[in-house]
Design a protein around this ligand. Structure first.
Ligand code: GDP
Ligand code: MN
Length: 376
């Protein structure tokens, strides 16, 4: 889950990192009232869950009331990366001397957290990093040990050699690390971390919290429902794991491992899976029905392969859920192939066959059948 800039900055401020003065506004009146408090010029910033706003016109400086109103109106009615701004952040304009970059990013394949830092921060940080590769500092942090003071000193030596701000930067790097680790962040970056007026100030902040750790953070704001696609939102309501892919064979399985194996088997048989969907162990007929409805609401899906290996889950319960869904949704039985094995499989297969559905015990045969029904 990505926090909006104003939410991320609030966490930085609470942790003792300087941020510009300002506030969040949802209307032109609020923009003007904040501007009159902090004084012109002000910076107006679109609050959207995507980066690159500076280059897209979502971050602008306004020198007067008229331009603030005009720009606020424009930004609030424009989309950035497909998102209408939730609000505007109105901040004092900070005269910047230098723009640094500091970030912590989870490296899943190396199972570490990488500390990244460069003296060439700002909106062109990617280009700067490829132009000056030697200036990009990368330090792999053992997640169990975390950031040590000498790491922070390396950052300060690389970014602000020989300046009086080194100690400040060391402190900020340590604080950012503690914040990132405490939030279970998969990404925390400050870009730019500006040198301004003899101090350091975080002009932008991006924080992404691991979705799987959100339950540990009831204090964090939740993303508005509009950020999710309707099918993802529905899946979350149903309590099923659902990831959409671009194929045409829908898949549902009980258990994440089986769901992955089902997608692999479909692909190996020459088909293209339309989604990953795990209804979990012990799924009720109600949840099974919800999952079918969800998978078939994707217009690309031609055929569904339902793969149920029943242990705790009862085969007859799964079968009843499938039959109920087929009836209520008015689905053609031709579009569904069920592989059912394990606990109460015989009873389940009888229920499915009575409803005119194809039901098989063999995984391999069920995959073949689904792929051939999809016309491949
Ligand atoms: P992003 O493009 O979405 O990452 O948005 P940022 O918040 O990083 O803003 C884009 C750029 O605007 C920054 O990299 C700065 O160069 C500039 N900027 C933002 N706020 C200020 C400010 O108060 N003073 C100055 N001089 N520049 C600012
Ligand atoms: Mn930025």
């Amino acid at each position: 889950m990505r926090l909006l800039e104003y939410q991320a900055k609030e966490l930085l401020r609470e942790a003792g990192i300087p941020i510009p003065r300002g506030g969040r506004a949802s209307s032109e009146e609020e923009v003007l009232s904040i501007a009159s408090r902090i004084g012109f010029p002000v910076v107006l910033k679109a609050q959207v869950p995507v980066g690159g706003r500076g280059k897209a016109g979502g971050v602008v400086v306004a020198e007067s009331e008229e331009s603030a109103v005009r720009e606020a109106r424009r930004i609030l009615s424009s989309k950035f990366g497909g998102h209408l701004p939730e609000s505007l952040l109105v901040e004092e304009f900070v005269p910047v001397e230098r723009e640094l970059y500091v970030g912590f990013v989870l490296d899943r394949s190396a199972r570490t957290i990488t500390l990244l830092a460069t003296p060439y921060g700002g909106v062109d940080v990617e280009e700067a990093a490829s132009e000056h590769p030697e200036s990009l500092l990368r330090v792999s942090l053992d997640p169990l040990v975390g950031l040590l003071p000498h790491h922070a000193r390396r950052v300060a030596d690389a970014l602000l050699p020989g300046t009086e701000l080194k100690r400040d930067l060391e402190r900020i790097v340590m604080v950012l690390w503690r914040l990132s680790a405490g939030l279970d962040a998969v990404l925390l970056e400050v870009n730019p971390l500006a040198v301004a007026g003899g101090g350091l100030v975080a002009l932008d902040a991006r924080i992404e919290v691991d979705d799987s750790a959100l339950f540990r953070h009831p204090e964090l704001p939740r993303p508005p429902p509009s950020w999710r696609s309707p099918r993802e939102a529905r899946a979350a309501e149903l309590g099923v794991s659902y990831v959409e892919l671009d194929g045409d064979i829908g898949t549902i399985a009980n258990g994440a491992g089986l769901a992955m194996a089902t997608m692999d088997a479909v692909a190996m048989a020459g088909g293209r899976p339309a989604n990953f969907c795990d209804v979990g162990g012990g799924a009720s007929a109600e949840r099974v029905k919800g999952a079918l409805e969800l998978v078939f609401s994707n217009p690309r899906v031609s055929v569904l392969l339902f793969n149920a290996l029943c242990g705790i889950t009862r085969g007859d319960e799964v079968a009843r859920g499938i039959v109920a869904a087929v009836r209520e949704l008015g689905l053609s039985p031709e579009r569904i192939v069920v592989r059912l094995d394990g606990n109460m499989a015989e009873e389940g297969i009888a229920i499915l066959e009575e409803a005119g559905l194809k039901a098989l015990r063999s995984f391999r045969e069920a995959v073949r059948e689904a792929v051939s029904r999809a016309g491949r």
